[in-house]
Structure formats: C-alpha cells, structure tokens
Ligand binder design. Structure first.
Ligand code: NAP
Length: 284
C-alpha cells in the first residue's frame, strides 16, 4: 500500500515539474501588433525594470514614448537603447515628486510629439523594510507622497493634455502586495492598496470625459526593486512557491498587459486592475 502511495506521489511530482517547464516556456517573444500606431505615451520611472519594458512595448506597438526617471544618465542610456532598436522615443528627467519636473514632462511631450494619449504611472518607492506597526511617520509620508499623491497629481496634470486625444487612457502600476500585503513591506503594500481605490474613484470621475483608467498589479517580477525577494536561494524558493506557475515574472510580461489596457482593444474596460502574478492568490 505504502509502495503504491510513494509511486503515485513520484508520478504526480514529475507531472507537476513537466507542467512548470511548459509554463516557463510561454514567455512572450516577437511583437506582431501595432495597436498603438499614432498614439503618444508617457511612462514614468521608465529607464529600467517594469517601466522600461512598458515603454519598449508601447513603442514596439507604434506609440511615440517619452521616457523618464530621476537620473539623466539613466534617461540617456534607456533612450539610446530603444532608439537603436528603431523605436520612436525621447527622454527627460522627471522625479515624480518634483512639480517642476512633472510640468516639464508634459510640456516636453507636447512640444516634441504633439500631444498625449496614454499616461502610465509606474514610479514607486519602498525605502525601508519593516512591519506596519514599526514604521515611522517619515516612512509613511515618503511612501504615500511618491506612490499615491504623486500618482494622483500626475493624473490630474495630464488631463489638459489628454482632453485632445481621441482615445485617452491612464494605466497605474499597483502590485499584488496591494491585495495581500508583503510581511516586511507593510506601508508600501498599503500604498498599493490605496492605488486600487484611486483607480476605481478616478475611473468614475473620468468616464464622462472618455478617459479610461485601469491598473496592473504585478506579482514578483525580476527587477532590481524586487531583488531582496529573490537574491538568496531561500527567498527565491519562497517567492516562486507563491505563484501557481512556480516562477517569477519578467518585466516584458507586464509590458504586454499595459499595451493591451492602453489600446482600443480595451475600449470597454475602465476602473479595473489586471493581476499579472502567475496565479498568486489575490483577494481583497
Ligand atoms: P526598478 O527595476 O527598480 O526600476 C525603478 C525605476 O524607477 C528606475 O527607472 C528608476 O530610475 C525609477 N525611479 C525611482 N524613483 C523614481 C522617482 N521618484 N521618480 C521617477 N522615477 C523614479 O523597479 P520595478 O520593479 O520595475 O518597479 C516599477 C513599479 O512596479 C513600481 O511601481 C513597483 O511598485 C511596481 N511593482 C514591482 C514589482 C516587482 O516585483 N518588481 C511587483 C509589483 C509592483 P532612476 O533611479 O533614474 O530614478
């Protein structure tokens, strides 16, 4: 009896690992859509990681994209890399917490590209590790300022530019942590839950102006930001075990979701957040 059980367990394990290999092979390869031809996009915090992949994908689908982040060297490197692939991009420094930088971001996009159709708000910070009840007031202020208030300000400041667009759309990057808080990223997680509310509330307000507002909640994605979650063997194994697919996501797997939400394929979708987390459990 025990022998039969062990053999059944071995078969089950082998079938699971074959399926995991199949899932792993499904990552996107070449882009054949041109859904964003003629559109103009801003992606904040887009010189690396998820923002860079979103900017690249929007440009690959035909959009003209304004790249931005805090450091000029990063902006130059990202713009050069995307231009070398024949993509229509430009760049400017924009720390999302600085009003002057945000103003310049919108004005430069209008001057250089002629308008604005898509705003992707991607910048966020998580400067310290710790549980919610151990967090300082300064930490709350910093995280809520950048992750929530600046997202709202960017949205509000984009409206005069988006009003001339035929199909305006805003995409906000939240997180799986907004649904199920990460143990040691308590305040960051709460800020990402707040974005889910911001998406819903502003979608209602902006629907009558024809502006769609949606969000993406990525699971753990292999970027510098998430490195503490996968750099040790133990962390990597715990992080992978949370996803049904038993692997971490790649930044390009978020780029495609953003392109869909920004495109006319999503013309009847607003106020929603798409969870792209390899099946990680998420329930508010
Ligand atoms: P990342 O790879 O570390 O990239 C961060 C980018 O943000 C860089 O381009 C950085 O460039 C820029 N940046 C940082 N602070 C900024 C600010 N105040 N203003 C403007 N740009 C700023 O990070 P990521 O993992 O791609 O994260 C991007 C977004 O995805 C964040 O909203 C994050 O919360 C969300 N997210 C990430 C994961 C994940 O597992 N990676 C999961 C869920 C959600 P500079 O240094 O030049 O400013």
């Amino acid at each position: 009896m025990l022998k039969l059980y062990v053999s059944q367990l071995t078969m089950l394990r082998s079938s699971i690992s074959q399926n995991i290999r199949k899932f792993g092979a499904n990552a996107p390869s070449s882009i054949k859509c041109s859904r964003l031809e003629g559109k103009i996009a801003i992606v904040t915090a887009s010189t690396e990681g998820i923002g860079f992949s979103i900017a690249k994908r929007l440009a690959q689908e035909g959009a003209k994209v304004m790249i931005s982040s805090r450091k000029e060297t990063n902006v130059k490197r990202a713009v050069e890399e995307l231009k070398s692939e024949g993509l229509q991009v430009d760049g400017t420094v924009c720390h999302v917490g600085k009003a002057e930088d945000r103003k310049n971001l919108f004005e430069k996009t209008k001057t250089n590209f002629g308008g604005l159709d898509i705003l992707v708000s991607n910048a966020a910070v998580s400067p310290a590790v710790g549980s919610v009840l151990d967090s300082s007031e300064e930490l709350w202020d910093k995280i809520f300022d950048i992750n929530v208030k600046c997202t709202y300000l960017l949205m509000k400041e984009s409206l005069p530019f988006l009003k001339s667009s035929k199909s305006p759309s805003i995409v906000i990057i939240s997180s799986i942590a907004g649904y199920q808080p990460f143990d040691l990223l308590g305040v960051y997680s709460i800020s990402k839950t707040a974005l889910l509310g911001l998406i819903k509330a502003t979608a209602v307000d902006l629907a009558h102006r024809g502006i769609r507002v949606n969000g993406i909640a990525p699971g753990i994605i292999k970027t510098k930001f998430a490195k503490p979650l996968y750099e040790t063997e133990e962390g990597d194994s715990i992080s992978k075990s949370q996803s049904m697919m038993h692997r971490l996501g790649m930044p390009d797997e978020i780029g495609g979701v953003a392109a869909f939400l920004a495109s006319d394929d999503a013309s009847y979708i607003t106020g929603e957040t798409i969870i792209a987390s390899g099946g990680t459990n998420a329930r508010l």
